[in-house]
Design a protein around this ligand. Structure first.
Ligand SMILES: NC(=O)c1ccc[n+]([C@@H]2O[C@H](COP(=O)([O-])OP(=O)(O)OC[C@H]3O[C@@H](n4cnc5c(N)ncnc54)[C@H](OP(=O)(O)O)[C@@H]3O)[C@@H](O)[C@H]2O)c1
Length: 246
């Protein structure tokens, strides 16, 4: 039993990093989990991990930037679990570079996965949520959406787009008891930040009020709050989980 017993949650980008921590947190509080990543084996391994900890989970392969695949994914989850209560759009990629050296492909791909992916998944999940008159959607943005970051114009634009998108959808579906909120992480230790140099890491941590890097579990706790029963009067908000960076 827990906050999410009887609930079904779909988490994209849940094979590793922040998404996996979110899936584990929701499962630990009773949710059944649809685990999504680009590869079936990655999703299956994460689902097996959750199952070994006593949770109900199933893995799905889907490229969230593919509109038809996103719609088919939600249909499969509904067929397998019978309902969809919580959607966490966590899937994301980076293709960093200064604008002067950023090619069109790096722009298009980052926008396609990080922003169009959120559109695809949210649209697909909306029909069953509206029918059920219940839904919790949490979209993972980034503090760079608010602060900007040299070398991440594509990523920051996509992550800022998520905020405008979420605030708009929150207004569209609030009357159906569906909330849409955003979590904006700061620097979190995952595969995504492993590629950064010590210098880049230290620059971020310098002057940070809370003097440590974020962990995936820090983000998962905020997502679980926004997806949970105590946040039913919160929608269209951005919660920075960034050690006080922004
Ligand atoms: N780490 C940070 O410091 C930080 C800070 C702010 C915001 N964020 C955001 O938090 C989210 C998670 O980041 P992370 O650090 O945990 O990343 P990560 O460790 O690199 O994991 C990325 C996840 O997204 C999945 N994914 C990538 N492209 C996808 C696609 N086209 N369709 C479906 N799934 C896809 C990956 O699946 P595969 O395993 O199949 O590749 C993986 O599960 C991202 O949206 C990221 O932008 C991260």
């Amino acid at each position: 039993m827990g906050n999410f017993s009887e609930r079904v949650a779909l988490v994209t980008g849940a094979s590793r990093g922040i998404g996996l921590a979110i899936a584990k947190k929701l499962a630990s509080e009773g949710a059944a989990l649809a685990i999504v990543s680009t590869k079936q084996d990655g999703a299956d391994a994460a689902a097996a991990q959750l199952a070994s900890e006593g949770g109900a989970a199933k893995g799905y392969a889907c490229d969230v930037s593919d509109t038809a695949a996103a719609a088919a994914l939600v249909e499969s989850v509904l067929a397998d679990f019978g309902r969809l209560d919580i959607l966490v759009n966590d899937a994301g990629i980076t293709r960093d570079g200064l604008l002067i050296r950023m090619d069109e492909e790096a722009w298009d791909r980052v926008l396609a996965v990080n922003l169009k992916g959120v559109f695809n998944m949210t649209k697909a999940a909306m029909r069953p949520m509206m029918k059920a008159r219940y839904g919790r959607i949490v979209n993972i943005s980034s503090v760079v959406a608010l602060s900007g970051n040299a070398g991440q114009a594509n990523y920051a634009a996509a992550k800022a787009g998520i905020i405008g998108f979420s605030k708009s959808i929150a207004r569209e579906v609030g009357s159906r008891n569906i909330t849409v909120n955003v979590v904006a992480p700061g620097y979190v230790e995952t595969d995504m930040t492993k590629v950064l140099s010590d210098q880049q890491r230290d620059a971020f941590l310098a002057n940070l009020p809370i003097q440590r890097a974020g962990q995936p579990e820090d983000i998962a706790a905020a997502v679980a709050f926004l997806a949970g029963p105590e946040a039913s009067y919160i929608t269209g908000q951005v919660l920075c989980v960034d050690g006080g960076f922004h």
